[in-house]
Each structure stands twice: as C-alpha cells, then as structure tokens.
Design a protein around this ligand. Structure first.
Ligand code: NAD
Length: 269
C-alpha cells in the first residue's frame, strides 16, 4: 500500500490527538498538516508531541490553507467546522474521512452538495467491531422480524453533546433495513410520562451520559421467552482513530463517491 499524506483537523481534541498518534504509528500514513480552531491555546504546538508521540515536525495551525498538500483530510470536530473543512477538501481535490456526528438535515445536505465530486468516507463509528455488529444487527432483524421488540441502548462520557449517538442511530438504521422499514417511521427516540403501551414494530432508544465512558452500544431483540443482545463496548478511543486511518488508506485508492466503513471492511453483500 502506498504512503498517504494526511491532514488532521481539530488536532488537540480528544479524537484529534488519537488520530495524530494513529497516523504516526501507521506504516502507511504521513502527517502533512494539523489544525485547530482560531484562538485555541494549542495553535503553534507540535502536533506529535501534543499527541504523546515524538515530534512529527508539524505545528498546529489555525488556517487550514497553511497546511501542506495532502491526499486525505481526517475530520472529527463539530458540524459547522466540518462544513468549512469540506469546502477546503473539495477545492483541493482531497479525499475526506468524516467522523464528526450531530449534523442536522440541512447541514447534511450541504455536506453532500459540497462533497458531491469528492471521495468521502462518513461513518458514525470507525471501530471494526461496531461495523461487524451493524451487519449482525441487520441480519438478526431480517431473521427475527418485528415479533421481537427492538431496543437500542447507548452510553457515553459526560462531554458528548449529541444524543442518541450517531452509532446508536446507525444501529437503528441497520435494524430498520433488516425489517424493510425506514427508521424515521418507527423510531421512538425518548419516552416520558404516560407513553401508552409499546407500539408494535417500533425501535426504542435509551441514553446514558456520565464519567469517561468511551462508548457502549447494545441492540436488544426482546420476545416473551427470550432476548437476543448484540453488545459492543469500546474501551479505548484509539479503536476509532486506527479505523479512521485504515479508512484513509483505503479511500486514497478510490475515485469519487460516498463510502462507509462497511465498504472499507468489505462487509457489504
Ligand atoms: P473534542 O471537543 O475533544 O474535539 C473537537 C476538536 O475540534 C476541538 O479541539 C475543537 O477545538 C476542534 N475544532 C472545532 N472547530 C474547529 C475548526 N474550525 N478548525 C479546527 N479545529 C476545530 O471532541 P471529540 O470527543 O474529539 O469528538 C469530535 C467529534 O467526533 C464529535 O462529533 C464526536 O461525536 C465524533 N466522534 C466520532 C467517532 C466515530 O468513530 N465516528 C468517535 C469518537 C468521536
């Protein structure tokens, strides 16, 4: 596999530091640039040292235009920032690996329009295990049908600002796809007060936030006599960073198109 040059935006963030480390530790990756938002105290710092690896001779800048040329931009920041980065990547003909979650429908449309002619991977979760779980959930939903009540649970650290997590929604979509329905038509995103009895065919979500939980997701298929659970527990955020760098290597060999981790891992039929 050829070596790829990578820009990591949001390089001092929780994921940004892991991404810099994952690029440094990868045999195929070379850090070409690292950015932070204007005003960040980390602008000017050495990206490698901040990430806890040796210096990579790349200082964090607050203007992405000051970064050296690269093949792929990896973005785990926030929706508004990702939209700006998308315009930059499209303008430079660069691929984009997007980990940011929490886009609303209008932002999502803008992102798709901006990157219509770019190679893009967007995944709610870059862990290999979670992507395998998504496949298993879709298959389980096909086999079990809606005789089994489907519920999705997720837990994350106290800093997470969106809910349910992008991964929980991806699990909901996989489950709905297995049943041949659209998630939007059957999702119950929260419950409070007199909710009435459970609606047959609905997919319920529940959310926990606290401490430093990296990411826990569970899909439950509940019948009167048995319960099937597909459970994934991430214990270290490096799992997402390594997956994103693997995705960046794969993307550097693709032409224009929107892909996800199922494509990267060859999990699609
Ligand atoms: P964080 O707040 O620790 O990091 C985000 C970083 O982006 C911050 O350092 C912030 O200053 C920086 N940033 C904001 N605007 C910027 C701009 N215009 N230019 C450059 N940098 C900018 O958050 P986090 O925990 O690292 O998560 C970031 C995102 O990644 C969230 O949306 C989260 O849900 C998502 N995430 C996705 C996955 C996945 O596998 N898809 C895994 C973990 C986190």
């Amino acid at each position: 596999m050829k070596q790829i040059r990578v820009i990591v935006v949001g390089a001092s963030g929780r994921m940004g530091r892991m991404l810099v480390r994952a690029v440094a530790e990868s045999r195929h990756g070379l850090l070409a640039g690292a950015t932070e938002r204007p005003g960040s105290e980390f602008v000017g710092r050495d990206a490698g040292e901040l990430a806890g690896v040796e210096t990579l001779a790349v200082r964090i800048v607050d203007d992405i235009n000051a970064c050296a040329d690269a093949d792929v931009l990896i973005d785990f920041t926030a929706p508004a920032a990702t939209l700006k980065h998308a315009a930059f990547a499209a303008g430079r003909g660069m691929g984009m690996v997007i980990g940011t979650t929490g886009f609303d429908a209008a932002q999502m449309q803008q992102l798709r329009d901006t990157l219509a002619d770019s190679p893009v991977i967007m995944a709610a979760n870059y862990s290999v295990g979670v992507n395998l779980a998504l496949s298993l959930i879709e298959r389980a939903a096909q086999v079990l049908g809606d005789d089994y009540d489907a519920e999705i649970f997720e837990a994350h650290h106290k800093h997470k600002v969106d809910a349910p997590s992008g991964t929980a929604l991806a699990m909901g979509k996989a489950l709905a796809a297995g049943r041949g329905v659209a998630l939007d038509d059957v999702a119950v995103l929260s419950r409070e007060g007199i909710t009435g009895v459970r609606k047959a065919g609905s997919i319920g979500f529940s959310v926990v936030r606290g401490g430093n939980i990296v990411g826990e997701h569970q899909a439950m298929f509940i019948a009167d006599e048995e319960r099937i659970e597909i459970h994934h527990n991430a214990s270290d955020r490096m799992v997402f960073a390594r997956g994103a760098v693997r995705a960046a290597s794969w993307l550097s060999e693709q032409s224009t198109g929107w892909y996800d981790m199922q494509d990267v891992l060859g999990l699609k039929a």
